[in-house]
Design a protein around this ligand. Structure first.
Ligand code: AHM
Ligand code: MG
Length: 331
């Protein structure tokens, strides 16, 4: 009934996070606060993304700010804004980012580590195609108050305590999990709030869409070629935006598989384990899907470097399993 309290469609993200805090025994509220900080960063980046087409026009009218930030590339701006929001929030001891070579140390009295790609799909910015922010949250393993170590940031994906993405598309959406299912929120710009729009998201068990950059077909491994041929025999639809978050989000909702395999140009694939693959792997598993590197579960891969790459096979479980079935068979 409409007067029932609790999280239902239309609940604000802040309210939802508060309601869910009970799912964490002994919770101190720090993770909830961190999630709110990330949502705020998302709103800020959303604002920048929405006005990106106006940048030159704004510049022509002398509206560039004192730091000249408006002239920087949007992915760099997103990195700065995101880092600043997390720094001001105070809940994070270290960040690793696609935009930064090394880890960024923040408040050593905090317990959480964030891995992020502040703006993925940056080649799509100039052509008004959807882009996204990806994030993972880990609990540090060394004692609070001591300097952050590499082992705090190089943790396996199954140690994530939360993960999510923000999709700047025809609507802006924030989708996240804390290991208790996946929920999606759509941004309502006039209210400035993310509202619960997709409760307890589930990926269809099977699908009819495959997403891969087929331009690199000639350098795919035989088993990947064989699976692609199978998709064509089945007359599946090819859907490839070239923007990971957008391709992933569509497949999550509609059923499908996204593959970034090993290629000649990118022998370990293109995507990064720490701030692209693990995060989406956590979400897809929570939604009933699968994520592998073609053999191993992504979240069990032991990271050795911040910017490590891995091949990615992710989406509906029946499709990922089918893709695996061609391994060994193909030659
Ligand atoms: P980026 O992190 O440099 O933006 O690259 C990641 C993007 C993904 O969003 C997308 O799925 C992939 O690169 C597309 O790569 P390709 O153009 O090789 O198909
Ligand atoms: Mg990226």
């Amino acid at each position: 009934d409409k007067h029932t309290l609790g999280s239902t469609i239309g609940t604000t993200l802040d309210r939802f996070i508060n309601d869910k805090q009970g799912e964490f025994p002994f919770a101190t509220g720090e993770l909830s606060q961190l999630l709110r900080d990330i949502a705020l960063a998302g709103k800020i980046i959303n604002r920048e993304v929405n006005k990106s087409g106006l940048l030159d026009i704004a510049g022509a009218y002398g509206a560039t700010n004192v730091q000249g930030e408006e002239q920087q590339k949007l992915d760099v701006i997103a990195d700065i804004r995101f880092t600043r929001a997390l720094k001001n929030g105070g809940e994070v001891c270290a960040i690793i980012s696609e935009e930064e070579d090394d880890l960024i140390r923040l408040n050593s009295n905090s317990r959480y580590v964030v891995a992020m790609d502040p703006l993925d799909g940056s080649s799509n910015i100039d052509v008004n195609v959807s882009i996204g922010t990806i994030f993972s949250i880990y609990r540090r393993v060394t004692p609070i108050g001591t300097p952050v170590q590499m082992e705090d940031v190089l943790q396996k994906g199954d140690k994530q305590v939360a993960a999510g993405y923000i999709l700047y598309g025809s609507s802006t959406m924030l989708v996240y999990t804390t290991g208790h299912g996946v929920n999606g929120f759509t941004f309502e710009p006039t209210l400035g709030e993310f509202l619960l729009s997709h409760q307890n998201m589930k990926c269809p068990k099977d699908g009819k869409m495959y997403s891969i950059n087929e331009g690199s077909y000639n350098s795919f491994e035989p088993e990947v070629k064989a699976y692609i041929e199978y998709c064509k025999e089945q007359q599946y639809s090819a859907r490839y935006i070239g923007s990971l978050v957008a391709d992933f989000h569509r497949n999550l909702l509609k059923g499908g598989i996204y593959i970034y395999p090993s290629t000649e140009k990118a022998p370990d694939g293109k995507l990064r384990l720490m701030y692209e693959c693990n995060c989406l792997a956590f979400i897809i598993e929570q939604a009933g899907g699968m994520a592998t590197d073609g053999q191993r579960r992504v979240m069990e891969i032991e990271p050795t470097e911040l910017h490590q790459r891995v091949p990615l096979f992710i989406g509906s479980p029946d499709m990922v399993n089918k893709a695996h079935a061609f391994r060994g068979e193909a030659s």
